[in-house]
Design a protein around this ligand. Structure first.
Ligand SMILES: OC[C@H]1O[C@H](O[C@H]2[C@H](O)[C@@H](O)[C@@H](O[C@H]3[C@H](O)[C@@H](O)[C@@H](O[C@H]4[C@H](O)[C@@H](O)[C@@H](O[C@H]5[C@H](O)[C@@H](O)[C@@H](O[C@H]6[C@H](O)[C@@H](O)[C@@H](O[C@H]7[C@H](O)[C@@H](O)[C@@H](O)O[C@@H]7CO)O[C@@H]6CO)O[C@@H]5CO)O[C@@H]4CO)O[C@@H]3CO)O[C@@H]2CO)[C@H](O)[C@@H](O)[C@@H]1O
Length: 486
């Protein structure tokens, strides 16, 4: 079974209503039973902070999500639960609007700087700015404490389902769309693909933190960029990302290091809370990293930089993240594994295939597990074959390595269940399993769940950054040996 890659399917975003009720239990059960007939291993679902802690601080109501998780068990599936500390709405495919809790938004009324802010002063209410991670302003708690309490409450509410190994994965929400990133490309502020996006660090908390860092570095005169353009610019249109741009100067490098380090520290702190919350539980922690593939082939990697991934030809922006995850034994869940370079518009200088290779290679070098998702809904064999290739980049091997820890398909929908689409999807599932029967015991394919041990000691940021030295990629086959067409 060594080559078996488990496959999960994302549940619809709106299974729980805005008043925190599981609206169509029967319909959801049918959907899951249908997925079960395809042989999938499990499902992934958001658990929205805005719904569960919506009534007030620490007033958790898990009843709807418990019902959902019990259904998962009844259907013989496993559950990957997302700790969704973000808003639903504002990203590609967001069919419903679920804000963060009202009592938190109310705090934002008097202190709008709790939200990520672009240079023009626009606030993004999808997720709290990491600038307030350690600010004691949430009715006596810091943001990190609020996230930690939510996860402990989840563990208490779901203890039996964790014990029964129904809930096996915890995706820790670390930013907008649940991904570890800044909201640099918000559609509701006018961003369209493939705009370079904007830095989002102009709230008062992050501005003060930057001034302090620059002063400590002996440059009190350094400031955040004022020449990085606007959402839909190309790199050349800006002074920051253009040829010989500011990003290559000492001041630019200092800013980019600070901006991207913030994200790593943010994730490290919250994962530490997650580790404490799930200590001793047989679950795997995971963190999502967004597939920002546009402008990857431009020297500036502008879109990755504004998202907080300080990745250049001469600097690996992802492996330090993987190294940080290694201390929590967490998986890196990367989110554009279906895409091929040839499908992208030339003007976007996009390279999803190389990006996937880079991110996966870095993670495997740091000895952590890699999981993945498709970024956009796809039902065609090209997308499935690309996902299969990335799941086992060297095909079926004696040792079953390298291979992904799991793949989560985005997403269950009426389109997926159309006869032709679903028939192909079933073949895809079988191929993910390397043409083997569905297996209910992850131990048989080397993924036995062990009780979560305490995170290893903190790795100083300078040590994490040693991993930014670029290395080559792992060897990758040209095409999968498990094509859905075969
Ligand atoms: O429940 C869990 C979470 O779920 C949601 O978050 C997930 C999110 O939904 C995912 O997209 C993913 O997030 C990332 C992703 O990793 C990043 O790569 C990035 O996505 C960008 C994408 O990579 C870019 O290519 C670009 O996409 C644009 C695309 O390139 C354009 O061509 C166009 O696509 C249109 C297409 O032109 C149009 O024909 C049609 O196509 C569909 C077709 O109609 C249909 O028949 C079928 O064949 O499928 C076709 C493909 O969908 O519609 C397309 C879509 O409108 O526009 C695209 C959008 O501009 O930009 C993308 C960014 O906008 O960024 C994503 C967000 O960070 O993973 C997330 C995490 O799981 C929820 O948002 C979360 O709240 C939940 O927690």
């Amino acid at each position: 079974m060594a080559n078996y890659v488990p496959i999960y399917v994302m549940l619809p975003l709106d299974i729980v209503s805005s008043d925190n009720v599981l609206t169509d239990k029967e319909g959801l059960k049918n959907l899951m039973m249908k997925l079960k007939t395809a042989g999938v291993d499990g499902v992934m679902s958001d658990t929205w902070w805005g719904l569960v802690e919506g009534k007030g601080p620490k007033q958790y109501d898990w009843s709807a999500y418990r019902s959902m998780a019990e259904l998962v068990k009844e259907c013989g599936l496993r559950l990957q639960a997302i700790m969704s500390f973000h808003q639903c709405g504002g990203n590609v495919g967001d069919a419903v609007y679920i804000p963060i809790p009202k009592w938190v938004l109310d705090i934002g009324e008097s202190d709008p700087d709790i939200f990520y802010t672009n240079r023009a002063g626009n606030r993004d209410k999808e997720y709290l700015s990491l600038g307030v991670d350690h600010q004691n302003i949430f009715q006596g708690r810091t943001a990190v404490q609020v996230y930690g309490d939510f996860m402990k409450s989840f563990r208490d509410a779901m203890a039996d389902l964790i014990e029964d190994e129904v809930i096996t994965d915890i995706e820790v929400g670390l930013g907008p769309a649940g991904e570890l990133r800044y909201p640099s490309y918000p559609q509701d502020q006018g961003w369209v693909f493939p705009g370079i996006g904007e830095f989002q660090c102009y709230d008062k908390y992050l501005k003060a933190a930057f001034k302090e860092a620059a002063t400590k570095a002996g440059h009190p005169e350094w400031d955040m960029p004022d020449n990085a353009g606007v959402y839909n610019d190309t790199p050349e249109e800006t002074g920051f990302f253009g040829p010989n741009g500011t990003y290559l100067t000492e001041e630019g490098k200092f800013f980019l290091t600070w901006y991207s380090n913030n994200l790593i520290i943010h994730a490290d702190d919250i994962l530490d809370e997650a580790n404490k919350a799930f200590l001793g539980c047989k679950v795997k922690l995971g963190a999502k990293v967004a597939g920002v593939h546009w402008w990857y082939n431009d020297s500036s990697h502008a879109a990755e930089l504004t998202a907080g991934y300080y990745n250049l030809y001469v600097r690996d922006g992802y492996r330090p993240i993987a190294k940080m995850l290694s201390r929590h034994a967490a998986s890196l869940d990367f989110t554009c594994i279906e895409m091929r370079d040839s499908e992208q518009p030339a003007a976007a200088k996009s390279a999803p295939q190389e990006l996937v290779k880079q991110v996966f290679s870095g993670a495997w070098r740091e000895d952590i597990d890699v999981a993945g998702e498709n970024a956009l809904p796809r039902y065609d064999s090209y997308a499935y074959n690309q996902m299969l290739l990335n799941a086992r980049p060297q095909g079926v091997t004696d040792k079953g390595k390298p291979k992904m820890y799991g793949v989560t398909y985005l997403r269950a929908s009426d389109d997926l269940f159309k006869e032709d689409n679903f028939d192909l999807f079933k073949i895809f599932v079988t191929r993910m399993h390397a043409n083997q029967e569905y297996c209910s015991d992850p131990g048989k394919y080397g993924q036995e769940l062990k009780p979560l041990a305490r995170s290893k000691p903190k790795i100083p940021i300078d040590e994490l950054l040693e991993a930014s030295k670029p290395y080559g990629f792992f060897p990758w086959d040209e095409e999968t040996d498990m094509s859905v067409d075969g």
